[in-house]
Design a protein around this ligand. Structure first.
Ligand code: ADP
Length: 258
């Protein structure tokens, strides 16, 4: 079976130096892959390429076996949904309205949402434990609630692949865990695939099936969290000395800055 997404020797630049070089990996169905790396290592660029917002100058991306470049915008939005790093709304939309925005790839121009769209939106709210927020204004939500709603909006696209750009960066520890719990259970229970950029190495290691570490746009290491989260790899990529041992309760890698 084809992987949901395949990066095939992908290279990308913004007109200057290469932001991504020879990037090659796959995300399979029901797999959650974490992307780690220092600032400027190419993580967001990688997500934008997967979302069709940027087109690589080298190599190719395949979505379910077909070149991503031949998908129309609407077709792509029915397969890939992005939860961006920062989302600002310029109007006090209700949570339900925000989630319904995820239905755009299914609606014609000037077409209003129908019963099925409402059902999908309600289901996405339920799946993200956000049903009770439906009538609230998006402005009134806490960081963790807003992140759940943005994940619900992505789910309303009924995608095969969900992309998340640092979904936990503005959250405190409890909500970071809650969001990773949610992403992991959604991906694993729905045969969805997930590609998540994160600076939370331990959480990514605890929840992801596979990790990809980027350094200066290249894959520095890739594999299971146990194999990838080593003091050597982390020092190499982040330039910071750390000690890695095992979390005594979960067995997941534990990272301490020296
Ligand atoms: P990360 O998400 O890991 O912080 P990015 O993908 O944002 O990294 O950036 C990778 C490289 O591309 C960096 O060197 C950055 O300066 C450069 N870059 C990112 N966005 C742009 C842009 N719009 N124009 C020019 N260079 C960019």
């Amino acid at each position: 079976m084809d992987p949901v997404i395949r990066f095939n020797h992908v290279g990308f630049h913004y007109g200057g130096p290469w932001a991504l070089r020879d990037v090659e990996f796959t995300v399979g169905e029901g797999e959650l892959v974490g992307v780690l790396g220092a600032n400027g290592s190419g993580k967001t660029t990688l997500l934008k390429i997967a979302d069709g917002l940027l087109v690589p100058q080298k190599g190719e991306v395949f979505l379910k076996g077909r070149p991503l470049s031949i998908y129309s915008r609407a077709e792509l939005a029915r397969e890939v949904a992005m939860v961006p790093q920062e989302t600002h709304f310029h109007f006090a939309f209700s949570v339900l309205e925000v989630v319904l925005m995820g239905r755009f790839p299914y609606l014609g121009r000037f077409q209003f949402e129908g019963r099925r769209d409402m059902e999908v939106a309600r289901e996405a709210l339920a799946a993200t434990h956000s049903t009770e927020l439906a009538e609230r204004s998006i402005y009134e939500l806490s960081g963790g609630e807003k992140q759940r709603v943005l994940i619900a909006r992505a789910l309303a696209q009924e995608p095969s692949l969900i992309l998340l750009d640092e979904p936990t960066s503005f959250l405190d520890l409890k909500f970071k865990k809650e969001i990773f719990d949610l992403i992991s259970s959604l991906v694993h229970s729905r045969s969805l695939s997930g590609l998540v950029v994160s600076h939370d190495i331990e959480l990514a290691a605890a929840y992801c099936d596979k990790l990809v570490m980027l350094k200066h746009g290249r894959i520095a290491s890739m594999g299971s969290p146990e194999d990838i989260v080593t003091s050597q790899n982390i020092e190499d990529v982040y330039g910071c000395p750390v000690v890695v041992d095992e979390n005594p309760l979960t067995g997941a890698p534990r990272v301490s800055v020296v």
